[in-house]
Ligand binder design. Structure first.
Ligand SMILES: N[C@@H](CCC(=O)N[C@@H](CS)C(=O)NCC(=O)O)C(=O)O
Length: 235
């Protein structure tokens, strides 16, 4: 029998959203608990995650209140590790396919997302990365997308889709709202450039995963737009 699972998250955190997406797609029961990452409770750092980051999962142990975590639950940090853990907990969810080749493809996609898409995207939003690196990342990801299947790998939602969808949602925010620390107009320019036939496969994939109920349920578009406008305000 599965044990209690508490997800410590922040509603605007893309990394937290990855974990929530996987939990929802697996139909998994969980308790979500919001952590104010700008003013972290002392107990979160001392009892849940010494690094103080969300997402973090507390799995097992007694069914305690999230703000009174038990030392006997296992604490799991890092969004991609959490995705793998959830796929292991729910082997019939399809979050990881059964056959070794497809599993390797999903894991390669997760790795590529971190290196080629996630990092360049937030570098660009924070004003320390380049526009070209984001476009190169889009091209790299597009090259990994399978033919015909609706999802990143094959015809089933996997942790590959869960890991990239929060970033696709934020990519669309910066192209629509031009909000971020990059030069004025570069977000809109990116949006225009992505409409080119060259990126059609990537955009079709993005549209498809952004339409999923799990994405809509976990994405506070207005909150993220405001956050990008204020936290990454141009000075
Ligand atoms: N590599 C980590 C990144 C997690 C992360 O940076 N989380 C941010 C929120 S988006 C956080 O908790 N920041 C608080 C802090 O760094 O003190 C993951 O994939 O889980």
């Amino acid at each position: 029998m599965l044990e209690q699972l508490t997800l410590y998250l922040h509603k605007l955190s893309p990394y937290s959203q990855k974990a929530e997406l996987a939990l929802i797609e697996a139909n998994a029961p969980y308790k979500g608990y919001q952590i104010d990452v700008f003013n972290k409770p002392e107990w979160f750092v001392s009892k849940v995650n010494p690094v103080g980051k969300v997402p973090t999962v507390a799995y097992g142990g007694p069914n305690v209140a999230p703000d009174d975590p038990s030392p006997s639950s296992t604490k799991i940090a890092e969004s991609n590790v959490i995705l793998e853990f959830l796929a292991d907990l729910y082997p019939d969810s399809g979050l990881l396919p059964k056959d070794p080749v497809s599993r390797a493809k999903v894991r390669s996609f997760v790795d590529a997302n971190t290196k080629h898409f996630e990092d360049p995207l937030y570098g660009f939003i924070a004003g320390r990365g380049s526009y070209e690196d984001v476009l190169n990342g889009v091209e790299f990801i597009q090259g990994l997308l399978g033919e015909g299947g609706d999802f990143a790998v094959g015809d089933h939602y996997t942790i590959a889709d869960a890991c990239i969808s929060p970033h696709l949602a934020r990519l669309m925010v910066i192209t629509e709202a031009d909000s971020g620390k990059f030069a004025v107009g570069m977000g809109s320019k990116l949006g225009e450039e992505l409409k080119a036939p060259k990126f059609a496969k990537f955009m079709k994939y993005a549209d498809r995963v952004l339409e999923r109920p799990s994405l809509k349920q976990t994405f506070d578009k207005e909150g993220v737009t405001t956050f990008f406008k204020t936290f990454y305000a141009r000075t």
